[in-house]
Design a protein around this ligand. Structure first.
Ligand SMILES: NC(=O)c1ccc[n+]([C@@H]2O[C@H](COP(=O)([O-])OP(=O)(O)OC[C@H]3O[C@@H](n4cnc5c(N)ncnc54)[C@H](OP(=O)(O)O)[C@@H]3O)[C@@H](O)[C@H]2O)c1
Length: 331
């Protein structure tokens, strides 16, 4: 049976979680790691028993024993690194934020089509069991018609604070790092907003330290969204319908062991529980990409190119309202 051979570009924090989760993926093996320094690649390779350690990104994308590359660098580099992978005909799973702006995202997706090569944004939430159940419950009309979504994601980074959190060249700021999860939820459940309002508090580097966003829809629906690097927040979400409510509790965007369902007031609370996932939660998206590649697909039927473009276009609209500008926007 065919096996999909993975490589990772960038040996940082998320790369380590992803590498560990690949152990739970069927028909997948981790063959290579690429880092800017050979010693970092070797250390990573030792930790996860990876056969090939490359001391440059150029070298990992040229590794003939690799089919697909997981891009785990700061989002300021996703554009450059995705083009590097695609140029060498490597399939790509690219971390969020997929790009800095929609123009970059369009270019990346167009190049993937030109190269006839698979690319997907690593939007892990879409593949998690609790989120899939929520989608099924909504399709079954469990909350009636959704009237509003209220979602927030906030944490206060603790020292030593990673440079990428606030550095505009690396794509810093709460919106592109964590605010895109509440934004994704509203887009996935309510669609493209007709109007957007947004305001932010800048960090000393000019990127947003926290941001408040409101989506308005012509039919009277709303989404109230928030992200912050200034406070540890509940990181929950409420999906409010005219016949019920679903509350996604603590860290709604990641794997969870329970969600709350209400058909009336708070007294009607029903807790729906899940088994804990085997890994950190990245195994679901990794399994999906592995399956897509085995089937020879060039685009995921779940996290579609149009989903990524809608998200990036909306992030651009929010940034315009809030006044968030990156050096990449001027290119
Ligand atoms: N889906 C999720 O749940 C999730 C969670 C966290 C982060 N992420 C995303 O994953 C990406 C990486 O985040 P992270 O937390 O893993 O970051 P990190 O720990 O800082 O690692 C980023 C890696 O990128 C490489 N890199 C290349 N050029 C760099 C530069 N100029 N400055 C800093 N690093 C550079 C480095 O790898 P080498 O030096 O080894 O080459 C570094 O180890 C971001 O886009 C972030 O949004 C996603």
């Amino acid at each position: 049976m065919k096996t999909i051979r993975w490589g990772i570009l960038g040996a940082g924090k998320i790369a380590r979680k992803f590498a560990a989760d690949l152990a739970f993926v069927q028909r997948a093996e981790l063959r290579a790691i690429g880092a800017r320094e050979k010693s970092a690649a070797e250390q990573f390779a030792k930790e996860f028993s990876i056969p090939n350690a490359h001391g440059s990104y150029q070298s990992v994308v040229q590794d003939p024993s690799v089919d697909v590359i997981y891009i785990a660098t700061p989002h300021g580099f996703h554009f450059e690194h995705a083009l590097l992978c695609l140029g060498n005909k490597k399939a790509v799973l690219c971390e969020k934020a997929f790009a800095i702006n929609c123009k970059q995202a369009e270019h990346m997706l167009a190049f993937a089509s030109e190269q006839n090569t698979f690319i997907m944004e690593a939007f892990w939430t879409k593949f998690l069991p609790h989120y899939n159940l929520v989608k099924r419950m909504l399709a079954e009309g469990k909350v009636g018609t959704i009237q509003s979504i209220i979602a927030e994601f906030g944490f206060k980074p603790t020292p030593p604070i990673a440079q990428r959190i606030h550095d505009p060249f690396l794509g810093g700021g709460s919106l592109l790092d964590i605010g895109l999860y509440p934004v994704f939820l509203a887009l996935d459940l309510l669609g493209r907003p007709d109007y957007i309002e947004a305001g932010m508090k800048p960090a000393s580097t000019g990127v947003d330290d926290q941001i408040a966003i409101q989506f308005k829809y012509a039919d009277g629906k709303f989404a109230q969204l928030f992200s912050s690097f200034t406070s540890n927040m509940a990181t929950g979400a409420d999906i409010n319908g005219d016949a019920g409510r679903i509350r996604l509790t603590n860290r709604f965007h990641g794997p969870t062991t329970s969600i709350e369902y209400y058909t009336g007031t708070v007294d009607t609370k029903e807790e729906i529980t899940f088994e804990k996932s085997k890994g950190t939660g990245y195994e679901y998206e990794a399994q999906h990409v592995t399956d897509c590649l085995i089937e020879g697909l060039k685009e995921s039927p779940i996290m579609k190119h149009s989903d990524t473009l809608l998200l990036m276009e909306t992030l651009d609209r929010i940034r315009e309202k809030a006044g968030i500008i990156y050096p990449h926007d001027k290119k």
